[in-house]
Design a protein around this ligand. Structure first.
Ligand SMILES: C[S@@+](CC[C@H](N)C(=O)[O-])C[C@H]1O[C@@H](n2cnc3c(N)ncnc32)[C@H](O)[C@@H]1O
Length: 398
């Protein structure tokens, strides 16, 4: 396809400097979060404010937060310039986290927090999250916006992983589920330490069809998502994550379809999901969810985790939020969310995507309450149209 035609269909989300500032203003800083929690928490405000200073307020502050931001800026000025230092060795405050008063709502629900998760997680109350989706930097040299992650020795990556898991686990309800994204190499490390903290239930492998081939190795075309729970009691709604597959050999018995449906949209079979997912497309330039983030995950991938492991209104926590894929999927599926991201540009993109979700609740590859296999967009469109003409209620499955 020519450059001109491609440019016309390019749906990648870009923000101007002006827009970036505007969207960033809708995100919380650590200082704002601390202020919010001080109003509803049992923790002494002084402790909460001190923690706020650990967060790097890398964006322009509003007048209400100016004072706290000044203190935080002073701390940030002493910090190494490269965000990699913050990524790898983020501070380890040992102060106890605040607990929400039993009757308090979650004032931080449905927000993106700009900051270092190691500091922000300390501020959060205990046991509010139903689901943890964590997509940490894999152990590779990679630039994330203004920051860089540097590949570490395996033992250091293990220590890094333990640090953030130990920070996040107090936020999880006893019934919570945990999903952690990995490439094959980080999977070896994360998979082996996870059982020190949680009950490990499965390893999902998904086909990742993107990227250049390797000349002296096999191309990386898969990633893992480890699935664990805090206890034996957890939510798993298998019916919410069925996969709709095209029937290629339509077997009939007594003239009737055996185990498949003959519909206007085509011949399909709805199957229970396995731990191998070959129906995921990595966001690319013609998809409206695409941004310039180098490791952006598809909404469809996270939608499966959310639908399987939370009920409506459940709370999804993502401490490595990037451009907000988990938050957007949660919003589209009527769940609450909190995303934490250290890079201001990605926070702004997440805020933009969350705003776009107000107008468009579709999740590519998910329609009619099922996940469709790849290359079935015609069937999905027909299904959506049929549903719309039936006047089907709800905006989840449009
Ligand atoms: C693999 S990416 C996550 C991508 C995300 N799932 C998405 O779909 O956009 C990891 C993200 O973690 C962020 N990050 C790394 N260290 C962090 C920290 N200490 N606190 C908060 N965010 C961090 C990086 O900036 C990066 O955007």
């Amino acid at each position: 396809m020519g450059e001109k035609a491609r440019a016309g269909r390019n749906k990648t989300i870009y923000l101007t400097e002006e827009e970036e500032k505007r969207y960033l203003a809708s995100c919380l800083t650590g200082a704002e979060l601390a202020g919010m929690l001080a109003g509803s928490c049992e923790a002494a405000p002084a402790v909460v404010e001190a923690r706020a200073a650990e967060v790097n307020p890398a964006h322009v502050a509003t007048s209400a937060q100016a004072q706290a931001a000044e203190a935080a800026q002073a701390a940030a000025d002493d910090a190494p310039v490269e965000a990699s230092a913050a990524f790898a060795a983020a501070s380890a405050s040992s102060a106890p986290a605040p607990s929400l008063a039993a009757s308090a709502p979650h004032p931080f629900a449905n927000r993106i927090v700009l900051g270092d998760n190691m500091a922000v997680l300390d501020m959060l109350p205990h046991r509010f999250a139903d689901l943890l989706i964590a997509d940490p930097p894999y152990n590779l040299d990679k630039t994330y916006g203004a920051g860089k992650f540097r590949k570490m020795e395996g033992a250091d990556y293990e220590a890094y992983t333990r640090r953030w898991i130990e920070k996040v686990r107090h936020t999880l309800k006893d019934t919570a589920s945990i999903y952690i994204c990995c490439d094959w190499r980080s999977s070896l490390i994360i998979g082996s330490l996870l059982s020190d903290y949680f009950l490990v239930r499965n390893r999902i492998t998904w086909q990742r069809e993107k990227g250049r081939g390797a000349v002296a190795n096999w191309k990386n075309s898969m990633e893992d998502v480890w699935f664990a729970t805090c206890s034996k009691e957890y939510t798993f709604d298998v019916d919410a994550v069925k996969q709709r597959r095209l029937v290629r050999a339509p077997y009939r018995e007594g003239g009737k379809p055996k185990g498949w449906q003959d519909t206007e949209q085509g011949r399909f079979r709805d199957t229970y999901p396995s731990n191998f997912w070959d129906d995921i497309s990595i966001p690319y330039w013609s998809m409206p969810e695409n941004t310039g983030h180098p490791a952006q995950k598809p909404e469809k991938l996270f939608a499966k985790l959310i639908l399987a492991s939370t009920e409506e209104n459940g709370f999804v926590l993502d401490p490595f939020a990037g451009t907000g894929a988990s938050a957007v999927a949660a919003k589209k599926l009527n769940r609450r969310y909190l995303g934490i991201e250290i890079d201001p540009g990605y926070c702004a993109l997440a805020a933009r995507r969350l705003e776009m979700a107000d107008a468009d609740r579709t999740i590519q590859g998910y329609a009619d309450g099922v996940f469709w296999e790849r290359n079935t967009s015609q069937g999905q469109q027909k299904s959506r149209r049929a549903q719309a003409s039936r006047g089907a209620p709800g905006d989840l499955f449009v």
